[in-house]
Design a binder for this molecule. Structure first.
Ligand code: 5RP
Length: 214
């Protein structure tokens, strides 16, 4: 079964979780691209916050109401993709360079649902880990981090540099703490299990609702 079929199946299952009156966070990426029309087709009265300019434009084009994140303090539900999903629900995100806004939106939401094709399930997380870095002091930040490759993409919508950490992961908890402690790191693509309420993965033509393995 193609990855696109699995992405669509997962996205359509997640769209059914959206209810009238909700405030909904919309992630970024090719899986979310299947989510937006599935939500729009339900003709619900909802207000959305988007994690990227691409998602915002696509959502508006489908008739969804998108508000600025600056005006919203919490969301009922966020739905987003992932690059890697470990059995304990640690995630790697940011393949689309949107990890900073995605993490903020996930944290704003009462529930965050991750949607993915089955290739995203991994036994353990591996490099690269996406990074968003401040331009100010960039050379120093790179020296402190080591093992970082700058990504050949435009700056983030917040004007920052997109890069990837290519070093060893070890325990994601320790790496999360260390990356967050380096001055100049705006955000990184490791998402803690506490940010993830549910994972819906497309497997063949079926959507599987996964629970976390501790
Ligand atoms: C963007 C992301 C995406 O959710 C992640 O890269 C998965 O993308 P896709 O659905 O295209 O496989 O984190 O920053």
């Amino acid at each position: 079964m193609s990855q696109d079929t699995e992405k669509k199946v997962a996205a359509e299952a997640a769209a059914l979780l959206v209810e009238d009156g909700m405030r909904v966070g919309l992630g970024t990426g090719s899986t979310v691209a299947f989510l937006l029309p599935a939500i729009a087709a339900r003709k619900l009265d909802i207000r959305c916050v988007a994690t990227s300019v691409q998602t915002e434009e696509a959502a508006r084009a489908l008739g969804l109401t998108v508000e600025s994140a600056a005006e919203v303090d919490r969301l009922d539900l966020a739905i987003d993709g992932a690059d890697q999903i470990a059995p304990d629900f640690w995630l790697v995100k940011g393949g689309g360079a949107a990890q900073t806004r995605e993490k903020i939106v996930a944290a704003m939401a009462d529930r965050c649902v991750v949607i993915a094709d089955s290739s995203k399930l991994v036994p353990r997380l591996h490099a690269p880990i996406p990074l968003e870095l401040l331009q100010f002091g960039l050379q120093s930040t790179l020296r402190l981090l080591q093992n970082v490759m700058l990504r050949d993409v435009p700056p983030s919508p917040d004007g920052n540099v997109i890069a990837d950490y290519a070093g060893a992961i070890g325990g994601p908890d320790a790496l999360d703490t260390w990356l967050s402690s380096v001055p100049g790191v705006v955000a990184h693509g490791l998402f803690q299990p506490a940010l993830v309420s549910k994972v819906i993965v497309g497997r063949g033509k079926k959507a599987e609702h996964l629970t976390r393995a501790f």
